[in-house]
Ligand binder design. Structure first.
Ligand code: SF4
Length: 435
């Protein structure tokens, strides 16, 4: 079959979107052309993610939709659902040609070629070092704010999560390849580098015989004078080292904002989740961060209705939210992922109760976020200008040091500039300014 054009669909988390960009680069470097029209593409790549509920269901319904168009094409399923379901997928849907795990997608072009010899191609091995070596050569221009995967995989085995099974053990990229990529990104307009990893602060590499942690890496990246801002996500509380905490007061380029998932305010539930910390441990990290930099703001993730969560457990989550005052957060109702430890636990709480709890929590989080945003009204704040509206070029989008989205009306602003703007109004999601 001829494979001149391709379409990539991403399903989920930031890592998945970043991977899709890398897949696009790999295919373009092999002479394929991106086609934004799924119906006419010769190759359709579904880059799946298992973080959201019903990921596999959505995938199969999308494949069904593609197959309604009679065109003969190749279908590749890559990412975490491919890893989890493996060759079962070939049985479930006969039109799938390639199944490829997230640690081997650098092999995609070769597998496309190999279809001529063998009509079904499968690779779900964990060959992360090979993948990172290959991807280091496949740099892709991004934007003012650019992502950089520094680490993949997870050794923590939280009882609700599939990542250790789909992405394999923790693996970190070399300092040299990361610095090279940062140089490439800044030469192409990046001003902010967002370090990515499933356990980003577990980053650990060796360089000239020296052990390098995420704080060493951040200091190295900060030496690039074109880098104005550095962020990192997603962190695990047990990997918040004192050095990393201290860096939030000593390195101006490291933003005073941290996404640090707590998942629950109940130590009892945290234990069941196998999170490896209790609420006091989490609280102490926040205290240390605030002590060295009182300006720092925290965002978090919450799972509501984990098996066995009582009303008292939920109340503890609300208490923690009231105490820490997370300025942004993601919250979901627990849903079992096949094969995880928690999927075997008895879950007696009715969905209606879980929905009620989620609503109460989200209302609380929203009001704290609105309160925080309101403190900026009438004040000036530095915004890194990331985008310009294509439909109305007078409007720009940027972010404050605390990750708030700012919409700016201006005729006097440049992309990539850190602009000090006066905030006129806000809602819980956004700030607005004229300048
Ligand atoms: S730390 Fe827990 S939630 Fe995060 S990727 Fe690892 S197992 Fe999943």
């Amino acid at each position: 079959m001829r494979h001149s054009t391709f379409f990539v669909k991403s399903y989920g988390c930031q890592m998945n979107i970043y991977d899709s960009e890398k897949i696009t680069t790999i295919l373009e470097n092999r002479g394929f052309k991106q086609n934004n029209n799924l119906e006419s593409a010769d190759l359709v790549v579904f880059n799946t993610c298992n973080i959201r509920n019903k990921a596999a269901h959505k995938l199969y319904s999308d494949i069904g939709r593609v197959n309604k168009h009679k065109k003969k094409r190749t279908i590749a399923v890559v990412g975490c659902v491919a890893q989890a379901e493996n060759e079962e997928m070939f049985k479930k849907n006969k039109s799938i040609d390639i199944i490829l795990g997230p640690q081997s997608y650098h092999l995609l072009p070769q597998m496309i070629d190999d279809l001529k010899q063998k009509p079904k191609q499968l690779n779900t091995e964990f060959i992360v070092n090979e993948k990172f070596d290959y991807l280091s050569e496949q740099k892709r221009q991004q934007g003012v704010s650019s992502y950089l995967t520094i680490q993949e995989g997870c050794d923590k085995f939280c009882s609700f999560c599939v990542v250790p099974y789909t992405r394999g053990p923790e693996y970190s990229r070399t300092l040299t390849s990361l610095i090279n990529e940062v140089n490439f990104l800044t030469e192409n307009g990046a001003k902010e580098i967002v370090l990515l990893g499933q356990n980003v602060n577990a980053y650990s590499a060796s360089h000239n015989g020296r052990k390098i942690s995420i704080s060493d890496l951040i200091e190295e990246i900060a030496k690039n004078e074109n880098v104005k801002r550095i962020r990192y996500t997603t962190s695990h509380p047990i990997n918040m080292s004192d050095n990393l905490i201290k860096l939030h007061s000593t390195n101006d380029k490291l933003m005073p904002f941290l996404h640090l998932p707590v998942q629950s305010g109940s130590s009892n539930i945290l234990k069941k989740m196998n999170r490896k910390y209790d609420v006091d441990f989490y609280r102490k990290i926040i205290e240390k961060l605030k002590a060295i930099n009182p300006k720092i703001e925290i965002s978090s993730d919450f799972i509501i209705g984990y098996p066995g969560e009582t009303e008292a457990d939920f109340k503890k989550t609300l208490d923690l939210v009231n105490e820490i005052k997370f300025t942004q957060s993601y919250s979901f109702i627990y849903s079992a992922r096949p094969g995880t430890k928690s999927s075997f636990e008895e879950d007696k709480t009715p969905l209606s109760i879980k929905k009620e709890r989620l609503l109460v929590l989200q209302e609380k989080l929203r009001s704290i976020q609105f309160e925080f945003n309101s403190t900026f009204c009438g004040k000036n704040v530095d915004v890194l200008v990331e985008n310009q509206s294509t439909s109305n070029p007078e409007y720009f989008f940027g972010r404050t040091p605390f990750m708030q989205s700012v919409y700016i009306k201006s005729q006097n602003i440049n992309l990539g500039e850190v602009k000090n703007v006066n905030i006129s109004t806000c809602n819980h999601k956004n700030l607005y300014a004229n300048c």
